[in-house]
Design a protein around this ligand. Sequence first.
Ligand code: MN
Length: 493
Amino acid sequence: MNTKYSLWFLVGSQTLYGEETLRQVDAQSQGVVQGLNSTNAIALPVEYKGTVKSTEEIEQKIRAANNDPTCVGVIFWMHTFSPAKMWIRGLKLLQKPMLHLHTQFKPEIPWSEIDMDFMNLNQSAHGDREFGHITAKLGIPRKVVVGHWSDSDVQRKIDAWTRACLAWNDLNHTRVVRFGDNMNRVAVTDGDKVSAEETFGFRVEYCPVGELAAEVAKVSESQIDELVKIYESEYDFDEYCASGSGRVQVREAARIEIALRLILERWNAQAFTTNFDDLYGLNQLPGLAAQRLMKEGYGFGAEGDWKTAAMVRAMKTAAAGLPGGTSFLEDYVYHFKGQGAALQAHMLEVCPSIAKARPRMEVHPLGIGGKADPARLVFTGAEGPGVAVTIVDLGSRFRMIVNEVECVEPEADLPRLPVARAFWAPKPDLKTSAAAWILCGGTHHTSFSSALTREHLEDLAEIAQIEAIFIDSKTTISDLKRELRINEVYYGR
Ligand code: MN
């Protein structure tokens, strides 16, 4: 469990019920919080912050939540009735993500014992509706989770939101460093960096490639020896890489990795982009470095794609501790057979966190960029469900697009393909998925995760208050077009 951050748990009530009832509310609320913490189902500790009964108390708690950098979200529950006029002042100040937990202390009605005291104590069924009214009226983005707090599905939903809160907090502190500009007149990988910082909080900075080249020149042979030893312990080396000129290129890749890591640390960066047309002073495209740094948690986008770099980082943050991996990927080649599938790869930069088996170190010519042959890790992605995500800049707003996909085993070996790859069948089928994606204006680059589900992204989009379109097993093109048209009215052009 991540203990650097926490969730606050705030319970609403009022003074009407008298001391004894409020004591019970307090004790039971502590019980709920202990219950949530005891299962380890939620990625962060939940901190009970008391039962609030007045406008002043609510304002004070919400101001405190806003000011606590370790609080990444607030869970609200109205154990009893809590007249919502007293929430207005505080809720108007709330700057942290909200989850409204609509639960009650006991899961069932105690038929033979229930009396008016019990009814007075257990009023969330209408107390939470009162709270829901004012949050709807104030237009506060939130997730509403309904069910008994011990229910594993309820805890799973809270966990998904918690991970979105972690991603949101991280996005707001992320610095994306670009080595080189967006490449080659590509439109979709670019956008308004100022609006992006307003919307998501992340900063996009520029580091001259010359600064990286200068660090590369300072790397010592013994530093390289050390890193290559790590490579040998983590990957299988093909024959060409084991000695001779292949070996030289692996060492050059290590040299770049050492310098790149140093610069990212110097810049306090959590994500970066590269540009294979702008490698001045570098021996090769930093593909292996991008692969390994992604595995460590850095966000990455190729060809200057700073939005995808930020999303890869955010999704890695959300996925921390979950089984599965998260990577930058690109739609490459279609397989128009059956429901259809698409081969995902990139020139080099695919994160080994999605690998099915131990990656193999290989060196091959790149064909473009005019540099020496780069080292890379070659592997095939593991099978299973995942989400492919992108964010595009439509000028007036950012749109998140999420496609549910099923990673499958390629039908045969790909002995001549010298890059890491994944193979997926997008939902509902390739024809609908690709048409929908294109109608949404989606990129060829995605941030893919087999650790996350659409729920994490839905919660993140809600917190960020951005448009989000989901392409899943229920998508039809007519429905999607209607949704896009309605969204044009809602968001404006
Ligand atoms: Mn690309």
